[in-house]
Design a protein around this ligand. Structure first.
Ligand SMILES: O=C(O)CCC(=O)C(=O)O
Ligand SMILES: [Fe+2]
Length: 515
């Protein structure tokens, strides 16, 4: 993870600011009342607590809890085991790596929103085994059991995790009761969804990062489950998007506290009374950071939908029901495959070459190409003149030209904000005539007077698009180099000569490899 790979670089608008707003922060809630045994005798203090939970869920979607009842030793035992595990060599860690069949275990290449996270993780389900759908496909009702992988070292990891998970389960149920009450429901109204729950715990390790201004430990995201309970160390880095103004707010580490946030499932159950809030993790160049989120997720067969009691005339149903297990299986799978989905498939499906076979179509192509050739020669003459050269100075390069036309189809794309029809690039040839012409390899001949400019194609979620670029390319044996007339003392040759035919072959070869 030491070297900086381009896949880690965040888009400009998502890069973390170095100075971040230090606001009053997310609410800190004391759970001591709820943990005392004489609960029924103290109804008013419970009411105050429920009120605090309601305000925190509404206004922030995040809060911290203290006096939560989780013994510190149990947390420290797991934190220590986590440090020991991650301190091993990559080779050791990869022995317990996750794979497509079993998503539990180690991995260091998670991708959130198409950018790699600067972290490595180790996942363990609370129920061992955990039952989930065998496949993400709708018709398939098969189930499978997911089991945890345990590393050889540290040998105490398993026990530390199991003890910790038991505590997390208790705390999660308490929080679920408080959230139910805060929504005006019975305390145990939601508990039934968690009999065979699919919760898991993750050990996160964020190594020091040489480019903390360009990358993130975890890209902005929302948690998909019901509730997340996070233990963070004293380094800090978690940032929460403030609902009032969209500003990223740092969650200051509070010793021994847990950070709690409501996930997408609570948002749906509550029919938008509570929202799952975006958060992300900033990394830093000096210190490594460790955190342990516990993701409290319902049974695989739960249909997630707004709760009847929370549907009113003013607030009608906002979500369609979905099966949690299927959703979970899809998410796990797409997480595992994300790099493929966004890169290979994107190019494969987006740039179709259309085969032209019927006679009429062939004729249409030839007639069009003839017109393009005429136009290309006119444009070359104009460009020559504009460079102060004779009109026909470049024509000789195009006697046996290698120009070609392409029919491109961009199907409508469900993720136009993530994918591109064509990634940014420059055209290698001399000229490209699309709807408008643009200057390609002329940059070399003109010795940089004209520059070949980067461009890209956006796609759109509703409409497909077709285009027909005509690439004006010289003969295969032309040596491309700055024209003598354009080399001066102030402006010496900027490029070495290269053989166009070879360049074209390399480009094509690269193209076919990519596809
Ligand atoms: O490490 C953290 O502070 C948060 C991690 C997180 O948000 C996640 O894993 O979903
Ligand atoms: Fe998260």
């Amino acid at each position: 993870m030491g070297e900086v790979d381009e896949s880690f670089i965040q888009a400009v608008e998502h890069r973390p600011k170095l100075a971040i707003t230090e606001a009053e922060g997310i609410p800190l809630i004391n759970l001591s009342v709820f943990n005392s045994h004489d609960l029924p005798s103290n109804p008013s203090s419970i009411e105050t607590l429920v009120e605090e939970i309601r305000d925190a869920c509404k206004n922030w979607g995040f809060f911290q809890v203290i006096n939560h009842g989780v013994p510190l030793e149990k947390r420290e035992k797991l934190e220590l085991a986590s440090r020991k595990f991650f301190a091993q060599s990559t080779k050791e860690k990869l022995k317990v790596r996750r794979d497509e069949v079993n998503p539990q275990g180690y991995y260091d290449s998670e991708v959130t929103k198409n950018v790699r996270d600067w972290k490595e993780v180790f996942d363990m389900t609370v129920k061992n085994p955990t039952v989930i759908p065998a496949s993400h496909e709708d018709g398939d009702n098969g189930l499978k059991e997911v089991v945890n992988r345990w590393p050889e070292y540290p040998s105490e990891l398993r026990e530390a995790f199991e003890e910790y998970a038991e505590e997390m389960e208790k705390l999660a149920h308490k929080l679920l009761e408080l959230i139910s009450l805060s929504l005006g429901l019975k305390a145990n109204q939601l508990s039934g969804f968690f009999n065979d729950h699919t919760s898991f715990t993750r050990l996160n390790h964020y190594p020091p990062c040489p480019i903390p201004h360009l990358a993130l430990g975890v890209t902005r995201h929302k948690d998909a489950g019901a509730i997340t309970i996070l233990a963070q160390d004293d380094v800090g880095g978690l940032q929460v998007k403030r609902k009032t103004d969209g500003e990223w707010i740092r969650v200051k580490p509070t010793p021994q506290a847990y950070i709690v946030n409501v996930g997408d499932i609570i948002q749906v159950w509550s029919n938008d009374r509570y929202e799952s809030v975006e958060h992300r993790v900033k990394v830093n160049s000096e210190k490594e950071r460790f955190s342990i989120p516990f993701f409290f997720n319902p049974d695989h067969n739960v249909m997630v939908e707004p709760l009847e009691e929370l549907i009113t005339e003013q607030g009608p149903v906002k979500y369609q029901a979905y099966n949690w297990g299927k959703f979970f299986a899809t998410k796990k799978r797409s997480n595992y495959k994300k790099l493929d989905v966004w890169s290979n498939d994107k190019y494969k499906s987006v740039e179709h070459k259309v085969m032209v076979n019927s006679e009429r179509e062939r004729e249409a192509c030839e007639e069009y190409a003839e017109e393009m050739e005429k136009l290309a020669h006119k444009l070359l003459e104009l460009i020559s003149l504009s460079l102060g050269l004779k009109a026909n100075r470049l024509s000789g390069f195009f006697n046996d030209h290698t120009s070609f036309s392409k029919l491109v189809h961009y199907p409508s794309c469900p993720i136009p904000h993530l994918a591109l029809g064509i990634s940014q690039h420059k055209d290698a040839g001399a000229l490209t005539i699309l709807a408008q012409d643009n200057v390609g390899g002329l940059q070399v001949w003109s010795n940089d007077r004209y520059e070949s400019v980067e461009h890209r194609v956006m796609v759109n979620s509703e409409k497909e698009r077709f285009s027909m670029p005509f690439f004006v390319n010289p003969d295969h044996n032309v040596m491309v180099e700055p024209l003598e007339e354009l080399i001066t003392e102030q402006n010496p040759a900027k490029y070495r000569a290269y053989n166009w035919g070879e360049a074209l072959c390399n480009q094509k070869a690269k193209y076919f490899q990519d596809a």
